[in-house]
Design a protein around this ligand. Structure first.
Ligand code: NAP
Length: 270
């Protein structure tokens, strides 16, 4: 019997992720929706099934502030047939907030956890190729990383940590695109637009677009031809990230430090 193929969408319980999940449901896509609250996931699953009763919706619950919990939760779905991984979940922590894993919260939630789960799901993406990885970054990404400080877990907190995490996401996307080219997995990252979600409103005020437009960049990335890979997308077109992100040695350094920070995870590309 033919198995269903899924889009895995992190941070489906609010903002850009929720709006995109509704759009994918309307388009008839099966989804594994991720959130950190079982109650919110239950409500979103019901909403999506009402939107389209024909699709299959599975859920994965994990708080990215806890790397072991995240690893266990995503390993439990690693045998599903996943054709697209969309790393969208994210946060902004004001000041230096350390997780129990010892990392600055924004760096862990926005970069380390997506790095971990992408590697956990890589075999499924390889088996279901041509497949896609889409990483939600931000135009607020930094233009430079002090790798020594990052490796030694010296974090600035607040806006600095947010912009650093978003540059790490871009370096990760570009590095993976190179590693996975022969495997027919395209990897792109994007700025979703400035959207009035709780992340924006709580930290910058309601200075963005209405959330009804929140899905547009994810849909744009999803619908791109498979041969488009290693790109930064913004404003419904291929755009340019900070020059720092295109330097291969910076991509390698960020990748190695992320691996070091996650020591113990299996990340061989088979
Ligand atoms: N909004 C903008 O203008 C803007 C601009 C540039 C980039 N972005 C990026 O877009 C992505 C989505 O953000 P958004 O604006 O849609 O924000 P949002 O409305 O706050 O949604 C964030 C999503 O991530 C989940 N999340 C937050 N912390 C988490 C954690 N510790 N563990 C697991 N999941 C967690 C949230 O779960 P809950 O529902 O439980 O809160 C929610 O599903 C983020 O990566 C953000 O950096 C947004």
């Amino acid at each position: 019997m033919k198995k269903e193929k899924f889009i895995l969408l992190t941070g489906s319980t609010d903002g850009i992720g929720l709006r995109s999940a509704v759009e994918f449901a309307r388009a008839g896509e099966n989804m594994i929706i991720h959130g950190r609250s079982k109650k919110k996931l239950f409500d979103v699953k019901n909403l999506l099934q009402k939107e389209n009763p024909k699709i299959v919706i599975k859920t994965v619950c994990a708080d990215f502030e806890d790397l072991n919990q995240t690893k266990t939760a995503f390993e439990a779905i690693a045998d599903e047939d996943i054709k697209v991984v969309i790393n969208n979940a994210g946060c902004f922590a004001d000041g230096v907030v350390l997780t129990k894993d010892g990392f600055e919260k924004t760096y862990q939630v926005n970069h380390l956890a997506p790095f971990l789960i992408t590697h956990i799901l890589l075999n499924s993406l390889i088996n279901n190729a041509p497949s896609k990885i889409i990483i939600v970054s931000s135009m607020a990404h930094a233009s430079y990383i002090d790798f020594e400080a990052l490796e030694n877990k010296k974090f600035a907190g607040g806006y600095d940590a947010y912009s650093l995490s978003k540059l790490c996401s871009i370096l990760f996307a570009f590095k993976l695109a190179g590693l996975l080219k022969e495997k027919e997995i395209s990897v792109n990252c994007l700025h979703p637009g400035v959207i009035n979600t709780k992340l924006l409103i709580n930290n910058w005020g309601a200075c963005g677009m209405d959330v009804k437009n929140a899905h547009r960049m994810i849909m744009y990335a999803y619908n791109l031809n498979h041969n488009v890979t290693g790109e930064y997308l913004k404003g419904m077109k291929i755009s340019k990230a900070a020059a720092f992100a295109y330097n291969k040695s910076n991509q390698d350094k960020c990748y190695e430090i992320s691996k070091k920070h996650l020591k113990g995870i299996k990340i061989e590309l088979k």
